[in-house]
Design a protein around this ligand. Structure first.
Ligand SMILES: O=C(O)CCC(=O)C(=O)O
Ligand SMILES: [Fe+2]
Length: 236
């Protein structure tokens, strides 16, 4: 009795070979940004995230040059894998920030609504390769096989066997030196850090735009090149 499966979510990951050589500099820079950060704005049970604390431009900070280069090259590989013609697309890092999760902190479930591709890089992970410091969890909001909506929700015991056909989450344990790429619209979160150590990651939001001179039709589906935009009041 064959059952086919279709429409996979594409999550890319790669262990960066030079990670160890760059660990200290990235760690120090992330922790310094946290120190410099504005007054704490998140609840204590939530990890410190640079995007909420005025530290969301690490892509322009020279201390992060190496990882920015890595993100750029791996995102291109990811997009090629998705079948895109990179000659027609201009890629931008829109914002990028450190995330520091300490004992009993987590990152609630969210999507990155203002970008297209998101990247996470693990700088420093206590018990790397285990879920103890907090896993990245992707949630499936499409639920194509939930034939009666809500079947698998809390307070029901109708699903007696969780398997690949009804799973509603996919977990990635954090691995030091690993880069993960995924569609920004995929809802995700980070489970609790149960260790006494700091779990330090970097997040990047990437936007696809049409290259100037692309066929006019592509502007229907890709952002027109930002250099062609005009801000209100910007007429010269
Ligand atoms: O650290 C992670 O695993 C993911 C962090 C994240 O989702 C974010 O910063 O938006
Ligand atoms: Fe995120």
């Amino acid at each position: 009795m064959p059952i086919d499966t279709w429409f996979p979510l594409a999550v890319y990951y790669e262990d960066l070979p030079d990670a160890t050589a760059h660990k200290k500099q990235l760690m120090d820079a992330a922790l310094q940004l946290e120190k410099d950060g504005y007054e704490r704005r998140a609840f204590p049970e939530m990890a410190w995230t640079g995007d909420l604390h005025g530290a969301e431009r690490i892509h322009t900070d020279p201390r992060f040059t190496w990882i920015v280069g890595q993100v750029e090259s791996h995102v291109q590989g990811y997009l090629k894998g998705l079948g895109l013609d990179l000659n027609q697309i201009a890629l931008y890092i829109q914002r990028a920030w450190p995330v520091i999760s300490r004992y009993q902190q987590e990152v609630g479930s969210h999507c990155h609504n203002t970008s297209h591709i998101s990247a996470v890089y693990y700088v420093s992970v206590p018990n790397s390769g285990s879920d103890e410091a907090g896993s990245l969890v992707f949630f499936d909001d499409m639920r194509p096989n939930e034939v009666s909506p809500g079947l698998g929700s809390e307070n029901t015991n109708i699903i007696v066997e969780w398997n690949a056909l009804n799973q509603d989450q996919a977990m990635y344990v954090p691995v030091e030196g690993r880069l993960i790429l995924f569609p920004s619209k995929q809802r995700h979160g980070v489970t609790m850090n149960h260790t006494e150590g700091e779990r330090i990651s970097l997040s990047f939001d990437i936007v696809l735009a049409a290259k100037p001179g692309s066929a006019a039709g592509s502007y229907e589906f890709l952002l027109p090149p930002p250099e062609q935009w005009q801000r209100f009041g910007g007429r010269s």
